[in-house]
Design a protein around this ligand. Structure first.
Ligand code: AMP
Length: 219
C-alpha cells in the first residue's frame, strides 16, 4: 500500500507525474480539481455550487472539499494505494486529512513562478472532446483546432493571468506552509520540476525507493 500526496503550483506538472505513478503502481489518482471540473461540465448540483469559484481561481470552501475527499476515499477502491493531487491546499484541510489518514510521502514539485505562468497561459482545451494541448509542448497540427475531433481549442476559463496570479499567491501563502506540518509525519521529497517529465518521474521513483520501470498491466 502506497499513500502519497503530490504538491506543486498549478502548471508544475503534478497531474502528469501522478498519472505516471498511477499507471505503473495501480494507485488511485484523486484530483479534486478534476472532480470539480467533471461536476461543472455535467451540470450537477455540486458543479453549480463551485462553478464561479473555480472560474475565478479561488479556493472552494474547506467543508465542501473535505467532504469530497472523504467520500472519495471512503469508496476504498485503493487496494494498492492512492495519490492525492490538489489536496490539501491549506492548513485546515491538512489537519482534517491527518486526523483520519496517514501518508508515506509528500512529493513536492518545485517550479519558478515565471515558468508556471508561461506554461499555464499556453494551455488549451478542446471544446469538443476535452483533450489537453499546450502551445509550447503539445501543439495541434492546425492552429486552434483539435487534432482528434476538429473541435475549437479554448483556454480553460480559470487560466486568465489574474486568476493564475491569484492561484500562485494562494499556493505560496496557504499551501506551501503545510509542508512543515507534514515534515514531522512523512518523507518530503523536493523535486526540480523544470526538467522533462521522464527525468522528473525517474527522480521521484529513485527518491521514493520505487522500481524505475514496471510492467504493470494497463487498467
Ligand atoms: P486544480 O485542477 O487543482 O488546479 O483545481 C482547479 C480549481 O478547483 C482550483 O482553482 C480551486 O478553485 C478548486 N480546488 C481544487 N482543489 C481544491 C482544494 N483542495 N481546496 C479548495 N479548492 C480547490
Amino acid at each position: 500500500m502506497r499513500k502519497y500526496i503530490i504538491m506543486g503550483a498549478q502548471g508544475s506538472g503534478k497531474g502528469t507525474q501522478a498519472g505516471m505513478l498511477k499507471k505503473d503502481f495501480d494507485l488511485v489518482h484523486i484530483s479534486v480539481g478534476d472532480i470539480f471540473r467533471w461536476n461543472i461540465q455535467n451540470h450537477t448540483k455540486l458543479g453549480a455550487r463551485v462553478k464561479r469559484i473555480v472560474a475565478a481561481g479561488e479556493l472552494v470552501p474547506d467543508e465542501l472539499v473535505d467532504e469530497i475527499v472523504r467520500s472519495r476515499l471512503d469508496q476504498h477502491d485503493w487496494n494498492y494505494g492512492f495519490i492525492l493531487d490538489g489536496f490539501p491546499r491549506n492548513r485546515p484541510q491538512a489537519e482534517f486529512f491527518l486526523e483520519t489518514y496517514d501518508i508515506d510521502a509528500v512529493i513536492h514539485i518545485v517550479v519558478p513562478d515565471a515558468i508556471v505562468m508561461e506554461r499555464i497561459l499556453s494551455r488549451r482545451l478542446c471544446s469538443g472532446c476535452g483533450l489537453d494541448y499546450n502551445l509550447i509542448y503539445h501543439r495541434p497540427a492546425v492552429a486552434d483546432v483539435c487534432d482528434v475531433c476538429k473541435g475549437k481549442l479554448i483556454p480553460r476559463p480559470d487560466d486568465t493571468p489574474e486568476a493564475v496570479r491569484g492561484r500562485l499567491n494562494d499556493y505560496h501563502a496557504k499551501t506551501e506552509p503545510i509542508l512543515d506540518l507534514f515534515r514531522q509525519k512523512a518523507l518530503i521529497v523536493d523535486i526540480d520540476g523544470t526538467r522533462s517529465s521522464l527525468e522528473i518521474q525517474e527522480e521521484i521513483r529513485r527518491r521514493l525507493g520505487l522500481p524505475l520501470s514496471v510492467d504493470a498491466p494497463e487498467r
